[in-house]
Structure formats: structure tokens, C-alpha cells
Design a binder for this molecule. Structure first.
Ligand SMILES: NC(=O)c1ccc[n+]([C@@H]2O[C@H](COP(=O)([O-])OP(=O)(O)OC[C@H]3O[C@@H](n4cnc5c(N)ncnc54)[C@H](O)[C@@H]3O)[C@@H](O)[C@H]2O)c1
Length: 333
């Protein structure tokens, strides 16, 4: 099959393009190489994961309506997967235009071009951040009280509201992927697990928000990618105009304190941190009810945090990675 993947130099996008290509698919990969965190990390992902497979990442910005439309119209992929976004919940108020440009304007451009070019399948990254603290635990897809804690989460919820309005009278089938805290090798240096490991390996700064009781339903990257592939295949059973959203999480929330202890144990060292007050953009607890994903594909993310963190640690301690950690951690905006 022919895929177009946006955000291909990003954490999830680079792994997804790698997997799709090794499975024999043709992949058109695009990314605007935004500077939210060090562009060198994005370039290195492309060099190590994609260049050996002859996948090039084209420098296209999804907020450029004409560029995205020309690309989709001329390449006619069967599947468009939109991962490009301004990620992270913590940008200050004077930076929210970055969420607007990529997550609203860019998203709408990709959605509209996909529909108007009669692309059969459209999948897009949503987030567990759509739920917010008023949603019942565990989070289910049919939750009605969706009040995101952050502007970022609200843009993802907007994506979910916009999609069916165009899809319902189109020949496209769509699916929103509510990712739950995805982690692993080649991950994002703004995320707590990455910064904790970087701290023990390179002594880079780690700000620990709150008392560590915040819980996250962590999803290992390979599980996330495998689930995306299976959820794409499952759409072949659906009729044009269909759309839904799926929790992509395993349903095992663990606290930040537990994560920290685990990293101390694996590294045989101690994470040293600056305690900061808790951030109101962070949900207190995320937990996926994974019955829908299981009913669709017969599985859910299963990798234990202990195993996934160990694999991430083994990746990080490689010399060419460890040498860059301080720069990557400092680069986060
Ligand atoms: N990693 C997680 O835990 C997680 C959780 C929930 C949702 N998500 C979502 O999954 C998707 C992928 O996340 P990630 O962790 O790989 O983040 P990432 O920041 O590593 O990847 C996103 C990529 O999109 C690119 N991008 C941003 N704006 C763009 C634009 N206007 N045009 C083209 N490219 C653009 C960036 O350069 C980056 O490489 C995002 O939509 C994110 O919001 C991620």
C-alpha cells in the first residue's frame, strides 16, 4: 500500500515509517523539522531509521495548504496518517499560535485535501489529553465530559470534532488515535522519562513537577506502531463516510515516582531533580479503557514499563546518543 505520513521525522512518525517500509509499503514522508526540540535529533532519526531504507523525508509544512494539496493530489496515497503537530502541553501562552498553525490550520489542510482527493483512509494522532480531569477513570471513548486541561488537548479534541463533519459525506474512512504517553528509543526530550534517564546518564537538568503522584498509562513505542498498523487494516471492513476514535493505551497507569525508582534501579544511579510545583496543564491520572481497541484488533499495548524503560536506557547509553543528551534536553522550548 502507499502511505503518506506527516510528522515523519518525529518520534512516533520515524518509527512508523520504518515499520511500514520494512513491511513492504511505499511511504511518502513529510515533516517541517520544527524547532520545538533539537532539529539534530530529528535529522538523526531520519539518518538512522529511514535513510538506510531509502525513505526520504520531504520538508513540507502542513500549514501550507497548496503544498499539501499538490502533494496529496499528485502522489495519491491510499492511506494518509497525520502525526504532524505541535506536541507537548506546556508551551506558554505567547506561543499558542504554534498549536494553532500545526494542530488546527495544518490539520484542517490535511483533512480537506485527503477528502477532496478521495483518499480511502485517513488516520490522525489525537491524544489522551482530550479527556481532562473531569472524565471518569478509566477513560472510555464514549465519555461525554471532555474538558481538556490544556490548549494542546483542546486542539486535539477539535480535530476529533472536525473530522466527521467532512468525512460523513465523503468516500474516505477516518480514525483518530488517542495515544497515551508513548515512550521509547528515539523519544522526545521534553518528556519526563527521557529527561530522567538523560539526568542519570549525562547530568542534564531535570525539573520534577509536583509530588510524583501523577499517574500515566505508558505505551511502549513498538506497541503504539503495531497498533496503528492493525487499526489501519481494520478500517478495510468499514464503509466510506465512517469515522471513530480509539484509545491507544494498555490500561496500566503508574506514578511518576514509580518511573523514577525504576530508572534509579536500571541505571544503578540516582535521578537528581529540582522540585517544581505541579502544572495545571497536566492531568492527575490517565488510564485507558482498552476494550474498544481489543475488540477491533484483538490486542492492546502490553509491554511492561520496566521492560520498555530498560530498552530505552540501553539506547540512550550508546555513546553517539549519550554525547548529545544535554543539548537535546536544553533545546526544548
Ligand atoms: N508521544 C506521545 O506520548 C503522544 C501522546 C499523545 C499524542 N501524541 C501525538 O502524536 C503525534 C506524534 O507525536 P510525537 O511524540 O512523535 O511528537 P514529535 O514532536 O516528535 O513529532 C511531531 C513531528 O511533527 C512535525 N511537525 C510539527 N508541525 C508540523 C507542520 N506544521 N508541518 C509538518 N510537520 C510538522 C515536527 O517537526 C515533529 O517532527 C503528535 O500529533 C502528538 O500530538 C503523542
Amino acid at each position: 500500500m502507499k502511505y503518506l505520513v506527516t510528522g515523519a521525522a518525529g518520534f512516533i512518525g520515524s518509527h512508523l515509517c520504518h515499520k511500514l517500509t520494512t513491511e513492504g509499503n511505499e511511504v511518502i514522508a513529510i515533516d517541517n523539522f520544527s524547532d520545538y526540540y533539537d532539529v539534530n535529533l530529528k535529522k538523526l532519526r531520519v539518518e538512522k531509521l529511514l535513510t538506510p531504507l531509502q525513505v526520504k523525508v520531504l520538508g513540507v509544512d502542513i500549514s501550507d495548504k497548496n503544498a499539501i494539496n499538490e502533494l496529496i493530489a499528485s502522489s495519491k496515497p491510499e492511506v494518509v496518517i497525520n502525526l504532524a503537530a505541535q506536541a507537548g502541553v506546556r508551551l506558554p501562552t505567547d506561543q499558542i499560535h504554534k498549536y494553532v498553525n500545526s494542530n488546527l490550520v495544518g490539520f484542517s489542510n490535511v483533512l480537506q485535501s485527503t477528502v477532496s482527493n478521495n483518499i480511502p483512509y485517513f488516520l490522525y494522532a489525537s491524544s489522551s489529553s482530550v479527556y481532562g480531569d473531569q472524565a471518569a477513570i478509566p477513560y472510555t471513548e464514549n465519555e461525554q465530559k471532555l474538558h481538556p486541561n490544556s490548549f494542546y488537548g483542546a486542539t486535539k479534541l477539535a480535530n476529533e470534532l472536525l473530522t466527521p463533519t467532512l468525512i460523513k459525506s465523503s468516500s474516505t474512512i477516518a480514525r483518530g488515535l488517542r495515544f497515551f504517553t508513548v515512550y521509547g528509543p528515539w523519544g522526545r526530550p521534553d518528556m519526563a522519562y527521557f529527561r530522567m534517564i538523560a539526568n542519570v546518564v549525562s547530568g542534564s537538568e531535570f525539573n520534577f513537577f509536583g509530588d510524583g503522584s501523577v499517574e500515566r498509562d505508558f505505551t511502549y513505542i513498538d506497541d503504539a506502531v503495531n497498533s496503528v498498523l492493525e487499526l489501519t487494516k481494520e478500517l478495510e471492513k468499514r464503509k466510506p463516510g465512517y469515522s471513530d476514535v480509539v484509545n491507544l493505551g494498555g490500561g496500566r497507569p503508574l506514578s511518576m515516582n514509580y518511573l523514577l525508582e525504576n530508572i534509579n534501579k536500571i541505571s544503578k544511579a540516582e535521578v537528581k531533580f529540582n522540585r517544581q510545583s505541579s502544572n495545571s496543564n497536566d492531568a492527575k491520572k490517565t488510564m485507558s479503557d482498552s476494550s474498544y481497541i481489543q475488540s477491533l484488533i484483538g490486542s492492546k499495548p502490553e509491554t511492561k514499563l520496566e521492560d520498555g524503560i530498560n530498552k530505552t536506557y540501553q539506547w540512550i547509553i550508546q555513546t553517539d546518543i549519550a554525547d548529545q543528551l544535554t543539548n537535546w534536553v536544553r533545546s526544548v522550548q
